[in-house]
Design a protein around this ligand. Structure first.
Ligand code: NAD
Length: 497
């Protein structure tokens, strides 16, 4: 949305080549808990801005890629410390602009700070590895080198944590960065960029370009001097970006959508299973790539599960994201609300039973509030069980036993996260070995990962090396293999001595 600028203080610029740069176009972001609350006005990057940011990142590369481990550590660690120290304020802004509850938002800010600290420490871990050559007198070394300019393209649902887990490793491994956040959450992105801008990085090492995906994002992805694109977002956009990056020979890491199953078996602790389902399906208003949108329940316990689920759902408090009593905040935007309402209609049309929820809840302020919705009698072939809704809507699929549950769980184009609630160790082991998902949760909600664990999926959920943890080094570095014959070692024993 382009708007007239009204208040100089609330205008936030892009960060290019070490300077805050104004633009000819601006957009505003709105609080989904109170749509009368305009948070601020943000510069929209033009094609010249994209050009300048990439050029600055290219120019800064020799200096940053040759920086010492100590220099990189100090900067990343300082960024992490400031984020953690200001997590209350950053979390409040995140809750205000995205609609995530305050508790979840503050936890996300803390996680973003921890990620910078993790990758600060990563700087000191080995950058090269030695192997024994098969040949006498030859040394074999594997060296890691930065890939160059990295474009970090991020979604709106984790506006601090996801940028952190792309920007921090990119910098730690010696790359320069152009960061393009989602247009819906420029506030958190700008706050993060402002912290990074003061951390002591040479000009051009880190750049912020706010703008629409189809314009700013596309221009960045197609730029020949962007060596690698680290993208998190929907599978539709991810595949499009993937084709474009592949066509010009760039490197990519794509983390995309999910349609995550939570299996609940006869022997499950019902109370816990319901808590996992409530958390996985509805917390963050269901707007997590790892949300449990398919609840696959064995028929013997189906009715008692539904009964307990509906009682628990009635207790969920929907409201302003920044009210500490709120369990479920609004969905992020009007477009997302409309998409959710459309899926409620599709589910009914396709023959599922709409058991409860899905109401646009009135609050004291106008906002995009939707009560969590539950479908029952759902079938795997229905659209609500196949497409990612990305809202507080879950569907229960009744199955006869574990074997059918597993087959339904795997009947998806996605393979991000999958959970099972059971105490049967043999079944759990079988599930771990046979579920087609990158992340598996045993007696836990499908959403919720340790910050230092990799994020990875199968099928249409992911492409390229995992994100987070040391595994992401595969994306952020290129490998060089060095066989060398240095002649006799200087310190080797002389013949006859
Ligand atoms: P989205 O795909 O609409 O947008 C993601 C980012 O891509 C945004 O910054 C957007 O501006 C940009 N973009 C859009 N079109 C582009 C184009 N043509 N070229 C370049 N950039 C473009 O996703 P979203 O609505 O912001 O986020 C929700 C999606 O993200 C869901 O599908 C969710 O599952 C996914 N997600 C995945 C993970 C994961 O780790 N797998 C984590 C969080 C969210």
């Amino acid at each position: 949305m382009s708007n007239q600028i009204t208040n100089e203080q609330d205008i936030k610029h892009n960060f290019i080549a070490g300077e805050w740069r104004s633009s000819s176009e601006y957009m505003q972001n709105i609080n989904p808990s109170d749509t009368n609350d305009v948070i601020a006005t943000y510069a929209t990057a033009t094609s010249n801005d994209v050009q300048d940011a990439v050029s600055a990142a290219v120019s800064a590369l020799p200096l940053w890629s040759s920086s010492t481990s100590g220099e990189r550590f100090d900067i990343l660690d300082a960024i992490g410390s400031e984020i953690i120290q200001r997590k209350g304020e950053l979390g409040d802004l995140l809750a205000r602009e995205e609609g995530k509850t305050l508790k979840e938002a503050v936890a996300e800010a803390h996680r973003a700070g921890s990620l910078f600290k993790f990758f600060a420490a990563e700087v000191y871990r080995s950058e090269s590895e030695g192997y024994r050559s098969l040949r006498e007198g030859i040394s074999l070394e594997i060296q890691r080198e930065p890939i160059g300019v990295v474009a970090a393209i991020t979604p709106w649902n984790f506006p601090l944590a996801i940028p952190a887990w792309k920007i921090a490793p990119a910098l730690a491994y010696g790359n320069t960065v152009v960061f393009k956040p989602s247009e819906l959450v420029c506030g958190s992105a700008w706050a993060l960029a402002e912290i990074i801008s003061r951390a002591g990085l040479p000009d051009g090492v880190f750049n912020l370009l706010m703008g629409q995906g189809t314009e700013t994002g596309a221009a960045l992805v197609e730029h020949p001097n962007v060596a690698g694109v680290s993208f998190t977002g929907s599978s539709v956009v991810g595949r499009k970006i993937g084709a474009s990056v592949f066509a010009r020979g760039g490197k990519m890491q794509l983390e995309m959508g999910g349609k995550n199953p939570l299996i609940v078996l006869d022997d499950a602790d019902l109370e816990k299973a319901v808590e996992f389902a409530i958390n996985g399906a509805f917390f963050s208003a269901g707007q997590r790539c790892t949300a449990s949108s398919r609840l696959i329940v064995t028929e013997n316990i189906h009715d008692s599960f539904i009964d307990a689920m509906s009682k628990r759902m009635e207790l969920l408090r929907i409201g302003d994201a920044r009210n500490p009593k709120t369990d479920i905040g609004p969905v992020v935007s009007e477009a997302q609300l409309k998409k959710n309402l459309e899926y409620l209609r599709i589910g009914l049309n396709d023959g599922a039973k709409h058991l409860m929820g899905g109401d646009q809840v009135e609050q004291t302020t106008p906002g995009w509030y939707l009560s969590p919705a539950l479908f029952i009698n759902a079938k795997s072939e229905m659209k609500i069980c196949r497409e990612e809704i990305f809202g507080p809507i879950a569907a229960v699929i009744s199955v006869s036993d574990y074997d059918e549950a597993l087959s339904v769980a795997n009947d998806s184009e996605f393979g991000l996260s999958a959970g099972i609630v059971s105490n049967d160790r043999l079944i759990i082991d079988h599930f771990i070995d046979n579920i087609q998902a990158g992340m598996v949760q045993i007696n836990l909600p499908t959403a919720g990962m340790d910050f230092h664990a990799p994020i990875t999926g199968r099928k249409n959920s992911s492409f390229g090396p995992p994100e987070k943890s040391s595994y992401c080094r595969e994306f952020f570095t290129n490998t060089k293999v060095i066989h060398a014959n240095y002649g006799k070692r200087l310190n080797s024993k002389r013949e006859g001595s």
